[in-house]
Design a protein around this ligand. Structure first.
Ligand code: 1WB
Ligand code: MN
Length: 341
């Protein structure tokens, strides 16, 4: 069965070099803990070996493709890795997003059955971002978009970003919201014990982003907009009942914005999720039964997550043939406009 992995991280040397500058710049931010470890790694630093992801991120055609061949992974849906261009100034962010999009499109043209790509954009300038999004789809033939959660502490429920949402909805292309470390106004207790990133903080950050969008009425303004979130839905699927109950109560008490539909309806109609980095069959079964099989896609989260266990996980997962078809490639083909084979 065709296997499409839907949240696969990748980068280019120019972005890596700019992130190394960020690592050495004077201003504090929670992202820097990880950015320093990956882009300014020094042998001998704690975690140097464990966080040695850079070569995997900069590679597509060498180690990655060989391993895909060995394991029967047909395709990686690649995207510029977190924090993308969102820690840069607006001009640098725009230049590097379009450079990354050009390179990604080149790679996808060279290997049309092995790589597909999510385009990057600079949310700092939403109207110009929308133009780059249009170029990425109409001229470069990329498959959708990725944003790495907040931009300078601001989230997509803010109408200033809505040109971005309008463009995605008009082109029927999904925006993948990938984590980055929590914004300055949210980071307090996440600064210790390694909680800043994938262990806990990332999920809190993107889960909060998704709830802000639903409770903020974004999907009343953009009813056809599709948002993808990874890491088994960043725990949101497990919260849906309580989100519905408490949002309904808060709306009646005048503490929440009036929305046309319920949180659970937005989550099932406007969101899809991927399994990236969560190889737990109980969590996957729950998510499929709760959200519907059309809303869940397999992903690895390479190179942060090794390929072999992710492949073994989906191969061993107990499901029907129709479910396997949807999980492994059918949903990805539909949501990300990937040509069927
Ligand atoms: C890790 C995971 C690091 C992700 C990342 O850096 C990203 C990690 C940007 O496991 O340390 C991720 O995408 O899940
Ligand atoms: Mn990831």
């Amino acid at each position: 069965m065709r296997l499409i992995a839907t949240e696969e991280a990748w980068s280019i040397p120019e972005v890596a070099a700019e992130l190394k500058k960020v690592a050495n710049s004077p201003t504090q931010s929670l992202d820097k803990l990880l950015v320093k470890g990956i882009y300014d790694a020094q042998p001998g630093n704690p975690g140097y070996d464990a966080f040695n992801f850079l070569s995997g991120l900069l590679d597509a055609e060498d180690v990655r493709l060989k391993q895909m061949d060995e394991l029967g992974v047909d395709m990686h849906l690649l995207a510029l890795t977190a924090p993308g261009v969102q820690m840069f100034d607006a001009d640098t962010a725009m230049e590097l997003a379009s450079l990354a999009n050009d390179r990604l499109a080149e790679l996808c043209r060279k290997y049309p059955t092995r790589f597909a790509g999510l385009a990057s954009f600079a949310p700092h300038s939403p109207k110009r971002a929308a133009k780059e999004m249009e170029r990425a789809i109409n001229q470069l033939g990329l498959n959708g978009f990725m944003i790495n959660s907040h931009t300078y502490g601001e989230y997509l429920d803010d109408p200033k970003f809505w040109p971005i949402l309008e463009a995605a909805e008009a082109m029927d292309r999904c925006i993948y919201i990938h984590p980055r470390a929590a914004s300055d106004t949210f980071k307090g207790p996440l600064q210790d014990y390694g909680m800043d990133s994938a262990m806990w903080g990332y999920g809190m950050e993107v889960g909060t982003h998704a709830v802000r969008m639903m409770a903020g009425g974004v999907f009343d303004a953009f009813p056809k907009l599709k948002i993808c979130i990874g890491h088994m839905g960043e725990a949101v699927p497990f919260w849906l009942w309580r989100l519905d109950f408490m949002n309904t109560r808060a709306q009646s008490a005048g503490r929440a914005k009036k929305t046309k539909r319920s949180m659970a309806e937005y989550f099932t109609d406007n969101f899809v999720i991927t399994t990236s980095g969560v190889e737990d069959p109980l969590a996957l079964r729950y998510s499929i039964d709760k959200l519907g099989i059309d809303n869940v896609m397999w992903a690895i989260d390479y190179p942060y997550q090794p390929m072999t266990p992710a492949v073994d996980f989906i191969a061993a997962f107990d499901c029907s043939d129709a479910e396997r078809h949807a999980l492994c490639h059918g949903n990805a083909e539909r949501v990300f406009h990937i040509a069927e084979e």
